[in-house]
Design a protein around this ligand. Structure first.
Ligand code: AMP
Length: 249
């Protein structure tokens, strides 16, 4: 009996540390950082489907507000048309409202947020210790940005992104995925593209250093095909958060 009790105690002692390491993983917050046209939107759509987590684009949320003619949309439009950033307080409100929804409980992908140091600090202050951050900096040259944005076409219905020459839809003007109508964004005009790039270098690029210092930055060469970039991102995310890749909704 005594031997049995000692053996049982020994077994329990070996099980205890195992339990500690089997704690459920925290929700993952994937931040796609990079210049306009670096492929954040394209990759976020694919990654959201692959990992069954929502893709949250602050640009899409603002365009939705403009379409519905809300007060927020009216305020944001004047900044967006000029290629400038919408004030932090407007963006923070819509972002925090969106990430509080139940579909974000396992994690989510942020595309186009944060874009300023104030936004990055707000996110960090409210989510620190509650989530696991993974930041991917998609690196492309300014020349590539200009080439990509000036030929970009977007689906009105599902937001899938095409390019007039490098990734054309099978049927002109029609989305391959959902049959929606394709359009060119009004801020993808040459003079607005230049301003968006300037704003990016001034206000968003410094976030690369912010996340590097925190040890959560992953640099990805995003100059290749979207398929190659996707493979790199998928592999890295599966490695960082193994439960995400295997779980289903
Ligand atoms: P995007 O679709 O991400 O290229 O964003 C289009 C425009 O929406 C930007 O040029 C900004 O005017 C505005 N916008 C989107 N996200 C943000 C953000 N996080 N902070 C400020 N403005 C934003």
């Amino acid at each position: 009996m005594k031997t049995f009790a000692i053996a049982l105690l020994g077994l329990l002692m070996t099980i205890q540390p195992l339990k500690a390491t089997n704690q459920p993983e925290k929700p993952i917050v994937i931040i796609l950082l990079g210049a306009p046209g670096s492929g954040k939107g394209t990759q976020a759509v694919e990654l959201g489907q692959a990992f069954h987590i929502p893709h949250i684009s602050t640009g899409d949320l603002l365009r939705e507000n403009i379409k519905n003619n809300t007060a927020l949309g009216q305020q944001a439009k004047s900044y967006m048309d000029k290629g400038q950033l919408t004030p932090d307080e407007l963006i923070l409100d819509i972002l925090f409202e969106r990430i509080s929804k139940p579909d974000c409980s396992r994690g989510y992908l942020l595309d186009g947020f944060p874009r300023t140091s104030a936004q990055a600090h707000e996110l960090e202050d409210s989510l620190r210790d509650k989530v696991q951050f993974a930041v991917f900096y998609l690196k492309v040259s300014d020349e590539q940005v200009i080439e990509r944005l000036s030929g970009r076409l977007i689906c009105k219905k599902c937001n899938r992104i095409f390019h007039k020459t490098s990734n054309p839809p099978k049927q002109e003007g029609i989305c391959d995925s959902c049959g929606g109508e394709l359009y060119q964004r009004s801020d993808d005009k040459p003079e607005v593209i230049q301003e968006r790039l300037r704003v990016y270098h001034e206000q968003t690029k410094p976030l690369e250093e912010f996340y590097r210092k925190q040890g959560v930055l992953n640099e990805v060469d995003a100059s290749g095909t979207s398929g190659d970039v996707l493979k790199t991102l998928e592999a890295k995310i599966s490695e960082l958060h193994p439960a995400l890749s295997t779980s289903k909704i």
